[in-house]
Design a protein around this ligand. Structure first.
Ligand SMILES: [Zn+2]
Length: 411
């Protein structure tokens, strides 16, 4: 039996008054997910372990069965993997934003949504200049995507208190500089703070920034590193689950690609997979089906619902849920149900992104597991309310992954 997880990012929600007190999964037309829930088994999964923030990187790592307290190393290390930077022992990685600072305050976390092209010019310039200065000899900057870049410090100490720049628009940056959590990390904190200030000196009058200002754009005039960590100590899924000999991840999101990399999954790029509403659903579906023909395990991640939740747009989020049902779950089920080798399918969100709240919450999410010989439970629909009655109850830690991978292995 092969295994496919279909992950609708941020798909879970709260009951909404304007929808007659229904959640979006209840209100949306989702005949295919409902059919799989009816024919399969359901439950609720606690994807955000106590003490962790409800980030996608946390929830998706937990869904794959990893113990976050053992493997969580921040965003930098995951994004490093997605851009092909193999962290070595002793390397400390950080997400490094290019931001816009004005009058001593963080104007925005994205340098006015700078493009990857413009970023690349500035990151390469900084790397060249910093290489001339002895104090920064352990520092490497690598261009990532848009405003999101990678800082690696050889021998860095990750025990730091950092500030995510998107949390503090308009605030003075000096009080937000990096602080050590304990004395041993002081040299690393000092180095990063010197790097931030030096980047501001180097970037302010860079021709590209002068041109951006002339065009009415925000200059990218400061680095802002945060989310420090080392290479995650994640055992590949092939070691934990013997049924997985070879697996793949399909996602438009760097963090998910990074998780897949450390989990030992190959990353499949799909043209036109944007992570937005206009994402190439059909391309992702055919990539997932192709991967399932050669591999035993596929993690198919679709971002659109999360984006709609962040925008607080209920009609749009309903449409993303209906798209996932009609353009992903339906066609995949139709195809694999004709195959000789059965495919177990799980459908779930990573966390709720309630439209009313416009950001992630840590509430447990509904999940369904279906394969041809499974004995159904009584649940008839796939949503946050019905799945509470599911036979799996409320699961946590690696219980979902164990149930998914082993319940069908005996067949
Ligand atoms: Zn998410």
């Amino acid at each position: 039996m092969k295994h496919l997880i279909i992950l609708g990012d941020g798909m879970a929600d709260w009951p909404v008054a304007s929808l007659g007190g229904k959640t979006l999964l209840q209100y949306a037309s989702t005949p295919h997910m409902n059919k799989l829930a009816r024919m399969g088994r359901t439950g609720m999964l606690k994807t955000v372990p106590t003490g962790f923030h409800p980030g996608s990187e946390v929830a998706n790592t937990a869904i794959l069965g990893y113990d976050l307290s053992q493997v969580y190393e921040g965003r930098g290390s995951l994004e490093a993997a997605s851009i092909g930077y193999e962290l070595q022992p002793g390397d400390m990685a950080m997400r490094c934003n290019l931001i816009c600072v004005a009058d001593g305050r963080i104007k925005n976390h994205s340098a006015g949504h700078i493009t990857t092209e413009d970023s690349d010019v500035l990151i390469r310039f900084l790397q060249t200049e910093l290489a001339k200065e002895e104090i920064f000899s352990n520092v490497t900057l690598t261009t990532g995507i848009q405003y999101r870049h990678l800082l690696v410090i050889k021998g860095g100490d990750k025990r730091l208190r950092c500030t995510a720049p998107h949390d503090v628009p308009g605030q003075e940056f000096m009080p937000l500089l990096v602080k050590p959590k304990l004395m041993e990390a002081q040299p690393t904190a000092d180095l990063i703070n010197r790097l931030i200030l030096r980047s501001q000196e180097l970037l302010t009058n860079h021709p590209l920034n002068l041109q951006r200002i002339a065009e009415g754009k925000d200059p990218a005039n400061s680095l802002w590193p945060w989310s420090p960590g080392y290479r995650p100590n994640m055992a590949p899924l092939t070691m934990t689950y013997p049924a997985i000999k070879r697996g793949a991840v399909i996602s438009a999101v760097d963090l998910i690609k990074g998780i897949g990399h450390y989990a030992g999954l190959r990353n499949i790029e799909v043209e036109g997979a944007t992570g937005l509403y206009n994402t190439n659903y059909e391309g992702k579906v055919s990539a997932a089906l192709d991967a399932l023909r050669t591999d035993d395990f596929v993690y198919l991640h679709i971002e659109a619902s999360d984006e709609a939740g962040h925008e607080g747009d209920i009609p749009l989020k309903l449409r993303t849920i209906e798209n996932l049902d009609a353009r992903v779950v339906g066609p995949i089920y139709d195809e694999v149900s004709r195959w000789d080798e059965p495919v177990a399918i799980a459908v779930l969100p990573d966390h709720p992104t309630p439209c009313e709240h416009r950001t992630h919450t840590a509430d447990p999410v509904p999940f369904l597991i279906y394969y041809p010989t499974i004995e159904a439970d009584a649940v008839q629909t796939f949503d946050e309310i019905a799945c509470k009655e599911g036979i799996y109850g409320v699961m946590e830690k690696d219980e979902f992954m164990n149930a998914f991978m082993t319940s069908s292995a005996a067949l």
